[in-house]
Ligand binder design. Structure first.
Ligand SMILES: [Fe+2]
Length: 125
């Protein structure tokens, strides 16, 4: 059984999928059940993976970590996502960029989350 917007990862090849419609089946890749990426959270003041959301004149500015998360080839934030009222926006990032993104979305999001290539999925508390 899957739920809307859950993230699953294949432990063999690294395929990552997001659920756009929940169903009763199990997601499988390389003959094995894909692993549900549980959203971790913590106080953003002490945890560098928690997205920090700021409302601006143009929308939302999201930074990963009150102390910015590393963005090097071995360890970086792959993407940042915001969700509000059924609208989903995601910014993919690359090593060398800043761990932040701007979204043309007004008002506090229902959810903001990010994916670190090593420490996996984190959301705002
Ligand atoms: Fe990390």
């Amino acid at each position: 059984m899957t739920e809307l917007l859950q993230i699953y990862k294949c432990g063999t090849c690294g395929n990552i999928v997001e659920v756009l419609n929940s169903g009763s089946g199990t997601l499988v890749c390389h003959g094995q059940s894909m692993k549900l990426m549980e959203e971790q959270t913590a106080d953003f003041k002490t945890e560098k993976h928690v997205p920090v959301v700021e409302e601006t004149e143009d929308g939302l500015h999201v930074v990963v970590g009150s102390t910015p998360h590393p963005m090097v080839n071995e360890h970086w934030i792959e993407w940042i996502q915001v969700v509000k009222d059924g609208t989903i926006m995601r910014q993919f990032l690359e090593p060398g960029q800043k761990p932040e993104a701007d979204f043309p979305m007004k008002g506090k999001p229902d959810m903001a989350r990010e994916y670190c290539n090593i420490h996996l999925l984190w959301k705002t508390s």
